[in-house]
Structures are given as C-alpha cells and as structure tokens.
Design a protein around this ligand. Structure first.
Ligand code: SF4
Ligand code: SF4
Length: 337
C-alpha cells in the first residue's frame, strides 16, 4: 500500500471511524500535564501544540498502580479473583518514534522468561499510530540512539504532518489491514511524499544534542569503581525519582499485598532505583548512598540491559533532562565517562 493522505480538518472523522472498534487514546492535557488520555470524541487541537507527553506511553501498558488480583480466605482456603486487563482493542494515536522504540525495548523484558500477562495482553490488543516529529525539542538526542525523529519501524501506521494534510503510511500488516478498511483517505501524490521526506530530513538535522556511545560499555566498566566521578555527578540529585517515572524505558516496580482481616488485593506500583529504600534488605542496603544509585541507573541502561537484551535502554527522548528539577543531564554524565 502506498502513501495515503487526509486533510487535518478531517482527522476528527477519521478518529470517529476508529472509535467504533477501538478505544482511542491520544495526547491530551490532564492536571496541567500532557499525557495520553481517552479521546473526547471532538478535539484534535493537539496537532497545534503537542511535542511529547510528560508521562510516557509505558503507562498505558504498565500502569503506575495496578491491582493484580483480589483474594479472600474461605472455608477451603484462599479464593482468588483474577483482575486481568479486558480484551478491548485500543489505538494509541500520536505516539512519537522514540516512544514506539521504547515499547519495543521493554517488550524484551516483559516477554522474557517471566512473561508478564498484564503488560502483554495490553500490548497485543493495541495498535500504534505514530506521528513523526517535525520540530524536536532541544533536549532530544534520539538520533544518537539510531532513531529518526520523523520515521519509525516500530509503529503500525506512521503519520507525517505536512501542513494542511497528514501523510499516512502503513508500516505493519496490522496497520495496512486497518487502513484498507478506512474511508476518507486519498492517495498521496509525489509532491506530498517529497515534502514528507524534506520534513524528516530537516527534523533530523535539528537534533544537535548527542550522546557519545563509542566504546561505551568498555568505558563504563573501567569507570565503575570511580567513586569520585559518581559522587561528583550525583551531588545535586535530590533522589526524587522523577527521571525514572518519566522515562519510557524504566520499569522497576514493587508488589504489595494490601489486606484487612480475611481479604485483600495484590497491587503493583512503579518504584525507582533512585529511592534509598529500593534495595533495602533485612541486613543491609547495597545502595544506601546516592552515588551508588545514580551509577546503577546509568549502568543498567547502558551496560546491563545491552548485555541481557542487546539493546540500550534509552531512546534519547530527553524527558529526564526536561523534567529533572536540578538539571541532571544524561548526555553529560555518559559523555564524561
Ligand atoms: S529527576 Fe533529577 S533530582 Fe530527581 S532523582 Fe532524577 S536525577 Fe535526581
Ligand atoms: S534515560 Fe532519559 S533520555 Fe533516555 S529514555 Fe529515559 S527519559 Fe528518555
């Protein structure tokens, strides 16, 4: 299937048609933040202001707080009530190429030896419609991680905002099947295609922030015991955990049973390696000091994850740089090793 296009003022009708079969989520404002939220059935003005969300799309598949199951002690032992996500299909409209890659990266973990049925069911029931970035933020460095701001192989359908139109391209078979059923799309001409190519090229050229990955794993191993370095770069960190919560690839969690008398529920919630309690054990805490926790976060992303899964667990989305209250910058920390 070649490129299709739709007038931006027809996006509303396109989304309405999708809404008949799918729950549509897209960028919206909630509580003063940009998040992915349910489409209100009317508004498509995010095309005018959307850069990226603060809360990454991982939250749609791995929620910050999730009830896993409920339990009750009966006459014959415990009764379990499963609380699996429902089987409804959803469309994530407007996901950025870096965030689509982030989902591919955390898929490796959630579909590893211990397959996570909660995450995987939501992933299987979702279709990603990406929106390429024409104007990346000055904190973005995705190009260093082999991600192109205007292109993606990690979505089902990719849209490019060419001004009056959205240029639409099927990336996966699932995306092609969906587009073949949609009304209101026209074939794009060579002029629109070349405009999209230009926009993608110029978006890539606008990314000036870089991260030096050359020989990084070796450099990290040699620097591991350099306490003075880690103390210096972690000095201003407040251990607030914001960088981990907004990161589309951070995935640490905690599981607790909340019960009263004979019944309760098992709850999973996001946790953070930046918190001092994260690694506390009965006898000791191997990462009591802040510098050890800072070191752990970067070694996990840039050394251990590649060792385990062959992929760096950072996409250069720049959220941790934008949202850190004291301007800790991953590119400076990795660049200084
Ligand atoms: S957001 Fe900044 S201050 Fe907060 S834990 Fe992360 S690096 Fe430290
Ligand atoms: S470490 Fe920072 S730049 Fe990298 S994926 Fe996480 S939030 Fe984005």
């Amino acid at each position: 299937m070649g490129y299709k296009r739709i007038k931006k003022d027809q996006l509303n009708a396109f989304l309405r048609e999708l809404s008949k079969d799918y729950a549509v989520v897209l960028p919206s404002r909630s509580g003063g933040q940009v998040v992915f939220g349910p489409w209100d059935g009317e508004n498509t003005d995010f095309l005018d202001w959307y850069k990226n969300t603060v809360i990454p799309p991982k939250a749609l598949f791995f929620p910050p707080v999730e009830e896993m199951f409920r339990f009750r002690k009966g006459e014959e032992g415990y009764e379990i009530e499963e609380l699996m996500p429902d089987k409804g299909q959803q469309i994530i409209f407007g996901i950025r190429p870096c965030d689509a890659r982030a989902l591919k990266i955390i898929d490796m973990l959630f579909a590893d030896t211990y397959r996570d049925p909660y995450y995987l069911r939501r992933r299987e029931n979702s279709l990603l419609i990406g929106l390429g970035c024409n104007e990346p933020c000055d904190t973005c460095f995705c190009a260093s991680l082999d991600i192109s701001p205007g292109q993606s192989e990690d979505v089902d359908i990719l849209c490019t905002d060419t001004g009056e139109d959205l240029l639409i391209e099927a990336i996966s078979d699932k995306g092609g099947n969906l587009l073949s059923r949609m009304s209101g799309l026209s074939d794009a001409g060579s002029e629109e295609e070349s405009k999209a190519r230009e926009l993608r090229k110029s978006a890539k050229e606008r990314i000036t922030r870089e991260i030096n990955l050359s020989g990084l794993q070796e450099r990290m191993r040699s620097n591991f015991e350099n306490r003075a370095y880690w103390e210096k770069v972690s000095k201003k960190c407040m251990a607030c955990g914001i960088c981990t919560y907004v990161c589309p690839t951070c995935h640490c969690f905690d599981i607790n049973d909340e019960n009263r008398k004979k019944e309760g529920k098992r709850v999973r919630n996001w946790d953070s390696c930046k918190f001092p309690l994260f690694t506390r054990m009965p006898m000791e805490n191997p990462r009591h000091e802040k510098w050890r926790r800072m070191r752990q976060r970067y070694h996990h992303k840039f050394e251990y994850y590649p060792m385990n899964f062959g992929a760096i667990a950072c996409t250069g989305c720049g959220r941790c740089i934008r949202e850190c209250p004291v301007n800790v910058d991953v590119t400076e920390i990795i660049g200084g090793i």
